[in-house]
Design a protein around this ligand. Sequence first.
Ligand SMILES: [Zn+2]
Length: 98
Amino acid sequence: MIKEPTITTLGGRVTCPRCQAVSKRSKQQCRNPSERGKNNCRFHGSRSTSAKTLEGKKRRDNARYVHGRETSALRDARKHKLRELRELEAVMLEIGMI
Ligand SMILES: [Zn+2]
């Protein structure tokens, strides 16, 4: 997909930088103008000033959770345990226990 760098607003009188965000759902580029000096509109992260404190940065690095019940560390631990379980299951199948 080729992103359009500008958008024309106010009935064609103003051309300004266009938000570069692309919808996950529709796969179309956002139609809002981007914030001044930024690549995205206010809905797509231009207002964010990023994490400043060490604690905030750690929280940001761990932040791909939806409900706040999971962290990447928790998912990693689960992944390793499930791998262990699969290996055990393979061994049990091999020796005829199951
Ligand atoms: Zn946008």
